[in-house]
Design a protein around this ligand. Structure first.
Ligand SMILES: CC(C)(COP(=O)(O)OP(=O)(O)OC[C@H]1O[C@@H](n2cnc3c(N)ncnc32)[C@H](O)[C@@H]1OP(=O)(O)O)[C@@H](O)C(=O)NCCC(=O)NCCS
Length: 383
């Protein structure tokens, strides 16, 4: 179609558009840096915990010991689901995708929150903490229900990540695996104005309640270009099956103009710092398991993509090695995106609460290119 001379510049993908100021998350895509509230992700991965990171994102500063103890106690106390939510999980359609279950459960859970319609900042922070606590239990509980296993109640004596793994796998993880889960949740907790956070922010800008914003975020996270990439990346590694076949698989994929999942990023034009941490964990898990087949396939994929797409500045993103780590921790593949969600809930809610401090309805325009002056044709005269 010939461009109308008056066509405005259309920002497909909103690539370079800023929609708000933020003090939550800074990403330097050129240098591969990620910072939460001023703290480098590599330091947080080394020293912090998910509970502390949730506090940091929501409250804006690192907690002192009394604040941290309270945040941990509040999170642990909120992990238990209301009986009706358990009932809902038991009545989900057979083979319901876990992301759909999570989306439905959050929507349903809003009805049990006495503060649902209290839009004060203090109430929103409390709701954010409750939802963060409960999402992990929803995912773990649904996993056990669909497998016909006994549902395990949360254990408030355990840390969030450790308890999640215990509820999923049925046994308490060793300290190394518990720490890997914890760090994975820290790494996924926030990432600026990504698609799902934007989805949440659009809902927030209409002054919908916090639960509705999270439902919007979960729906947006589901797609393979966003959260679904972790699952797609592991499926690719499993399909390849042998390290020797990995290079040709990648070359064929690129020849067919298809995407290699777990690579490329709208913001990072170098290594995603989280991918490097996850790669290290994937290597450690392979050693612990005494089988490095998948790790060697992944490393060959990485070498090939980085070599072939160097000019396009395509590197592994966090999702590439996360699949291997989650798999090694005993998490089923179709729960990878829900695991992403149960961490990112902290970032979604922090951004939404920040947005409400200076709210403006998000309402972009689209440029109409269809016909304008068609004459209405009565039904019996249409071909
Ligand atoms: C994430 C993603 C959507 C970013 O897209 P984007 O910013 O629009 O990337 P671009 O389209 O600018 O990429 C630049 C070039 O690299 C190519 N490219 C980017 N990611 C690629 C990938 N994973 N595999 C193969 N080629 C890729 C693009 O096709 C494009 O090539 P072209 O210039 O010949 O058209 C994209 O990299 C992708 O689909 N990755 C796979 C899915 C994934 O891992 N998502 C998780 C993101 S955290």
């Amino acid at each position: 179609m010939k461009a109308d001379l008056s066509t405005p510049k259309i920002d497909r993908g909103l690539d370079d558009i800023y929609v708000k100021e933020t003090s939550i998350c800074f990403i330097d895509g050129q240098r591969g840096r990620l910072v939460y509230r001023g703290y480098d992700i590599r330091e947080l991965a080394e020293y912090s915990t998910f509970e502390e990171t949730v506090f940091l994102l929501l409250q804006g500063h690192l907690p002192n010991s009394a604040e941290l103890e309270k945040a941990k106690a509040d999170l642990a106390a909120s992990r238990t689901l209301p009986p009706s939510v358990l009932k809902l999980l038991r009545t989900m359609p057979e083979h319901a995708p876990p992301m759909d279950v999570l989306r439905t459960a959050v929507s349903y859970m809003s009805g049990f929150d006495p503060e649902r319609d209290d839009s004060t900042r203090a109430a929103n922070l409390r709701k954010a903490l409750r939802l963060t606590a409960q999402l992990a239990t929803v995912v773990a509980t649904y996993e056990r229900i669909r497998k016909g296993q006994r549902v395990l109640r949360p254990d408030p004596r355990l840390g969030h990540a450790e308890d999640f793994l215990r509820m999923i796998t049925g046994k308490r993880p060793d300290p190394a695996r518990a720490r890997m889960m914890d760090v994975a949740l820290v790494l996924y907790a926030d990432h600026g104005m990504n698609a799902s956070t934007f989805g949440a922010t659009v809902a927030a800008s209409t002054l919908a309640d916090l639960y509705s914003t999270v439902v919007g975020a979960i729906a947006t996270l589901k797609g393979p270009l966003h959260g679904g990439a972790i699952e797609a990346a592991l499926n690719m590694i499993e399909t390849i099956g042998k390290p020797d076949l990995a290079e040709n698989f990648v070359l064929n994929t690129l020849r067919n103009k298809e995407k290699v999942y777990g690579f490329g990023h709208r913001v990072y034009k170098t290594y995603d710092p989280r991918a490097l941490i996850m790669k290290d964990y994937a290597r450690k898990l392979a050693q612990m398991q005494g089988d490095d087949t998948y790790f060697r396939i992944a490393a060959t994929i990485e070498d090939t993509v980085v070599r072939e797409l160097a000019s396009k500045r395509v590197f592994p993103n966090v999702d590439f090695y996360s699949g291997l780590v989650f798999h090694g921790l005993g998490i089923p593949t179709d729960l990878f995106t829900p695991v992403f969600a149960l961490s990112r809930i902290s970032g979604w809610t922090a951004h939404v609460i920040e947005y409400w401090e200076d709210n403006r309805l998000l309402r972009p325009l689209d440029w109409y290119v269809g016909p304008r002056d068609l004459a209405y044709v009565p039904l019996d005269e249409r071909a």
